[in-house]
Ligand binder design. Sequence first.
Ligand SMILES: *Cc1c(COP(=O)(O)O)cnc(C)c1O
Length: 594
Amino acid sequence: MDVAKEEFLREFGRDYGYPGGPKTIDEIRATEFKRLSGMAYLDHAGATLYSELQMEAIFKDLTANVYGNPHSQSDSSFATSEIVRSARQQVLDYLKASPKDYKCIFTSGATAALKLVGEAFPWSHQSSFVYTMENHNSVLGIREYALEQGAQAYAVDIEEAEHDAFTGNVASVQATKHQILTRNEAKFLDKDHTGSAYNLFAFPSECNFSGSKFCLELVKIVKEDLIRYSDGSPSLKGRWKVLIDAAKGCATEPPDLSKYPADFVVISFYKLFGYPTGLGALIVHTDAAKLLKRTYFSGGTVAASIADINYVKRREGIEELFEDGTIPFLSIASLCHGFKVLNSLTIPAISRHTSSLATYLRNILVALRHPNGTSICTIYGSRSSKTLCNEMGPVVSFNLKQPDGSWVGHREVEKLASLSGIQLRTGCFCNPGACAKYLGLTHSDLATNIEAGHVCWDDCDIINGKPTGAVRVSLGYMSTYEDIKKFIDFVATFFVSTQTYAKDVRSQFCGRSIHCADTGFENRYSASQLDLKSITVYPIKSCAGFSMDRWPLSSRGLLHDREWLLQSLTGETLTQKKVSVQHLLCLDIFLSNV
Ligand SMILES: *Cc1c(COP(=O)(O)O)cnc(C)c1O
């Protein structure tokens, strides 16, 4: 064993690798994730991976049983109903939700569950939709329903204001309001807060950008009107309903609804155990469910209707009222095999395992220095005492820096990582509030970026000297020390300039970082300004090119442009995805000397 791993185990050995569990992490990887050999998959916040044994069990289950449409009245239909009932129970158990108080409504994902709440919430002119800055786009979108119905919406930053010395719990929080949004200013001004309206407060249990966890005591704090606004405005009267977006947090720390009785919780199963996709759930308190208004009716949600008169009788059960059409019953039947994996390892052990890796990675990244002593990165997500919760989930988000303090573009990191067999995600991760907050982007920065043509997924990773997104490493229950080691070695090789070749190698590969111009795209490409500055030949798609002083022309432009490619001896086209970094490097050097 290498010295670094021995050191890691000395510090984290009690938490890492499921000691005392049914299988060690190395056994899990060797038997259930054989397909990962040589690859470091570090995008579990994007989607975690299913175990190969889990898939075998699902296959066996589906090939051995006959599951019919649950709306029929046959034996196969009863088999389905039974397995759906037990899946709902497992979901509730996972959140420690009593079946007396909570129901599990299956949806096509966390987003669909959020949309359902937004669509059916009893908004009125007196309502407010308040959400933390750090929230997924799918939560922000709820505000469209709120504004449409004349409610107001605003984002808040929250921090601890008081601590209860007896219980150690947070006693109140201070909220800083951002811009207040309304569709109709007049209505907003003569609002009287009579206290009869329903308001909705939404926050993630863990931020999918930074990994910061939110304190679940917020549920109580919001419901008891214990939020103080920094602008002095009185706390909003009315009845508060609280929504937790647990899509990210649920994989390692499901919210405990027996302690923190939120009204709505949304989750997605591919974030828990990789399979199935297209299935999530809304876990709803029965009292809150009664407030939700349905407009649409459909097969599945209707008890009786008459085609040519305005008559419909809806089904009574909460699940039946909200699940349109035939539920994805075979996907639902697969859930027990996923829960089995999590339950056999146990959630506390998964949480300790993943957080030991994240803490280790954070410590190393903070300690890594350029030879001139400057830090190689800025990590996002604080552990400051003023934030509501000091804990971090298994996510490390950061941007790398050059020795002179300038930023390394996140897309450059992503492309090089992919060449090195490391899968991670970069950008804003659908969380524009967290992105702006952590990267220090003002409204005017964001407007300039959007004007310059920047969209979420493009290559503009630095605009006006500021990053437009971050690099995110996120871990799952099957992540290993070796995955992290591979990533650390990658960062040290390409981004710490101790070896003078680091920078050369990088520019050999991917050219310079893709920094975008400060002005709009049109200006840059207007015909009158076209001016040939250099010619670069790119022999392999997406990899570095080499420069030429001259190149012959044909009637269609540059001679042979896009007319040739490199093949392996077996005739396979070479691309960055199929060839190792070392091979590409040799090829590149070879070609540039031809
Ligand atoms: C993934 C994610 C979502 C979206 O979930 P889908 O099931 O893909 O719709 C929402 N919020 C957070 C925090 C997430 O991580």
